[in-house]
Write a protein that binds this ligand. Structure first.
Ligand code: NAD
Length: 491
C-alpha cells in the first residue's frame, strides 16, 4: 500500500512478526504524540513485552537459513527496490517524521533522502561482499576467506534520526545475510515502521525483518539478553549503551554501541569568523541540538572571542523557533517533557556554576508553542572547561563559549571530556589544521566544516565513551554484521 493511502489520524500500529502485522501478546499500547503540539496524537503503538520479543526472535531464526541462501546480489536487489519505494514516498515519510520527532520538514526530507542513499549504497555492497585470497605456504593449496552472516541480529535505535539510523543498521545487516529484529525508540516509531513497510513492499521474505515497539527496559533488554541473538547494534545514550554492551558481550554475543557526544568547534584567531559563526549555529542549533554530533562547545582563541560572540549572538537572535511543519521554522521542539526538563536543568546548572547566560535560557511559553516542548536557542559565555555544561551531553540548542589562550589550550580543552565523537576547527593555517587532525580525540574530524553531517560511503563513529569501536556506514559497516571464515583447499 502506498503511504498516501495511510490515514494521518489516530491509528493503531502493529508489530511486524513473521511477515504479519500483529498486536502485542498482552494487547497493551502506548501513545505517540507530536512534540510540537501534544494535542496531536499520531497513533498508538504496541507496548510489547518479553514474549513478543521472543516471538520476533523466533521468526528471525526461522527465516535465517532461507535468507542466507539467497545470493548477496539478490539481497542487494531487494534493498535497491526498497530505496525506490522510500524515494516514491519521501514526502509522506518526511511529514510523519516531522510530526513525531519535531525537526523541520526540510531536515526530515534530507534525512529521508539519506536513507535512500544508504539503501542504494548497501545494495551495491551485495556485489562487493568479498573476502581475500592469499598465497599459501604449501603447494597446490587455495587459501581464501569468506564473510558469513552472524545469524539473528537486533537493532535498537534512538528517536533523533528515526529514518537514517534504522536505515544505516538495516541495510548492512540485511545485505550481509542476517535476519533482523528492529526495535525503534518509543518517541518516534512511525518513521521506522514506514521503512519496514517499504522493505515489505519490496518483497523481503517473511521473518527476515521483524519490527516490535515497546519499552527499552523490557523489549530492548530481552533482545540484549536472549542467547539466540548473535549481535546487537545499538545507538543511543551512553548509560543504556554501556549496559547493553556488558550484557551482550557477557553472554558471548557481539555488540556495537554508538553513544553520546560533547563536540567542540575550535575557532583560531585567523579563522573566517562569519564561517565560524555559520558552522557553530548549524552544529549547535539545527535539529534543536538533538544530534549526537551537535556542536556544544565553541572553544575560541581569546583575541577573537569578543568579536565571534557578538556575531554569534546577532545570528542567534534571528533564529525562528516553531512547528517544524511551518515554512520558515529553523528550530523545532525538543522531543518530550523529559528532554525539556534535562535541557532546562543544564541551563540552571550553567547559571549556578557561574557561566554567563548571553542568549535564551528558558522554555517558550507563548501560544501556540506552549502546546509543545520548545526551548529558546541558548548561548553561555565565560564558560570554564570543567563546568557541567562544558562536560555533559545536553542534547538541546545550547552552546557554551569557552575562551582559551591559544592552540595548545584549545586542544587540551577539546580533549578534556569523556566523549570523542566529532570535532571541528576553523583556521586558515593548514599546519594547525593538520596538527588538530593528528591530536584530537574524535572519530570524526572536520576542518572548516560543522561537527554535524556524515556521508554514507565513509565510516561513522566515535572514540572514548562515544563508541565501542566498530564503525557504522561505509564499507567497514559489514565488519560488524559478518564473521570471517578461512578456507584451506588442497587440490
Ligand atoms: P536511549 O539510550 O534512551 O534509547 C535508545 C534506544 O534504547 C531506544 O530504542 C530505547 O527504547 C532503548 N533502550 C532504553 N533502555 C534500554 C535497555 N535497558 N535495554 C535495551 N534497550 C534500551 O537514547 P535516546 O534518548 O533515544 O537517544 C538520544 C541519545 O542517542 C543521545 O545520547 C545521542 O547522543 C545518542 N545518539 C548517538 C548517535 C551516534 O551515532 N553516536 C546517533 C544518534 C543519537
Amino acid at each position: 500500500m502506498a503511504l498516501g493511502l495511510m490515514p494521518m489520524s489516530e491509528e493503531v500500529y502493529r508489530n511486524f512478526i513473521a511477515g504479519e502485522w500483529v498486536d502485542s501478546a498482552a494487547g497493551e499500547t502506548f501513545f505517540n504524540l507530536n512534540p510540537a503540539d501534544t494535542g496531536d496524537v499520531i497513533g498508538r503503538f504496541q507496548d510489547s513485552n518479553r514474549a513478543d520479543a521472543g516471538h520476533a526472535i523466533a521468526a528471525a531464526r526461522e527465516a535465517a537459513a532461507g535468507w542466507r541462501a539467497l545470493s548477496a546480489p539478490g539481497r542487494g536487489r531487494l534493498l535497491a527496490g526498497a530505496a525506490r519505494i522510500i524515494e516514491r514516498d519521501l514526502g509522506l515519510i518526511a511529514q510523519g517524521l516531522t510530526r513525531e520527532e519535531g525537526k523541520t520538514l526540510a531536515e526530515a526530507k534530507a534525512e529521508t533522502a539519506r536513507a535512500v542513499q544508504i539503501f542504494d549504497y548497501f545494495a551495491g555492497e551485495g556485489r562487493r561482499l568479498s573476502g581475500e585470497t592469499t598465497p599459501s605456504e604449501f603447494g597446490r593449496t587455495l587459501l581464501y576467506t569468506v564473510r558469513e552472516p552472524l545469524g539473528v541480529v537486533a537493532l535498537i535505535t534512538p528517536w533523533n534520526f528515526p529514518v537514517a539510523i534504522p536505515a544505516w543498521k538495516l541495510a548492512p545487516a540485511l545485505v550481509s545475510g542476517n535476519t533482523v529484529v528492529l526495535k525503534p525508540a518509543s518517541a518516534a516509531p512511525l518513521t521506522a515502521l514506514n521503512i519496514v513497510r517499504a522493505l515489505e513492499e519490496a518483497g523481503l521474505p517473511a521473518g527476515v525483518l521483524n519490527f516490535i515497539t515497546g519499552s527499552g527496559a523490557v523489549v530492548g533488554a530481552e533482545l540484549a539478553a536472549n542467547a539466540a541473538v548473535a549481535g546487537v547494534s545499538f545507538t543511543g545514550s551512553d548509560t543504556v549503551g554501556s549496559g547493553i554492551y556488558a550484557c551482550v558481550s557477557g553472554r558471548g554475543g557481539k555488540a556495537q554501541c554508538e553513544m553520546g557526544g560533547k563536540n567542540p568547534v575550535i575557532v583560531l584567531e585567523d579563522a573566517d569568523l562569519d564561517k565560524a559563526v555559520d558552522l557553530s549555529i548549524n552544529g549547535a542549533m539545527w535539529s534543536t541540538g538533538q544530534k549526537c554530533t551537535a556542536t556544544s562547545r565553541a572553544i575560541v582563541q581569546q583575541d577573537v572571542a569578543g568579536e565571534f560572540t557578538d556575531r554569534l549572538l546577532k545570528r542567534v537572535a534571528t533564529i525562528k523557533v516553531g512547528n517544524g511543519m511551518d515554512p520558515g521554522t529553523q528550530v523545532g521542539p525538543l522531543i518530550d517533557k523529559s528532554q525539556l526538563d534535562t535541557v532546562i536543568g543544564y541551563i540552571d546548572a550553567g547559571r549556578q556554576e557561574g557561566a554567563k547566560l548571553a542568549a535564551g535560557g528558558g522554555r517558550i511559553t507563548a501560544a501556540p508553542l506552549d502546546r509543545g516542548f520548545f526551548v529558546e536557542p541558548t548561548v553561555f559565555v565565560d564558560v570554564k572547561a570543567d563546568m557541567s555544561i562544558a562536560q555533559e551531553e545536553i542534547f538541546g540548542p545550547v552552546l557554551s563559549v569557552i575562551a582559551v589562550s591559544g592552540f595548545e589550550e584549545a586542544i587540551q580543552v577539546a580533549n578534556s571530556v569523556r566523549f570523542g565523537l566529532s570535532a571541528s576547527i576553523c583556521t586558515r593555517d593548514i599546519s594547525r589544521a593538520m596538527e588538530f587532525a593528528d591530536r584530537i580525540e574524535a572519530g570524526l574530524v572536520h576542518i572548516n566544516s560543522p561537527t554535524v553531517g556524515a556521508e554514507v560511503q565513509v565510516p561513522f563513529g566515535g572514540m572514548k565513551a562515544s563508541s565501542t569501536g566498530t564503525r557504522e556506514q561505509g564499507r567497514v559497516a559489514v565488519d560488524f554484521y559478518t564473521q570471517i571464515k578461512t578456507v584451506y583447499l588442497e587440490y
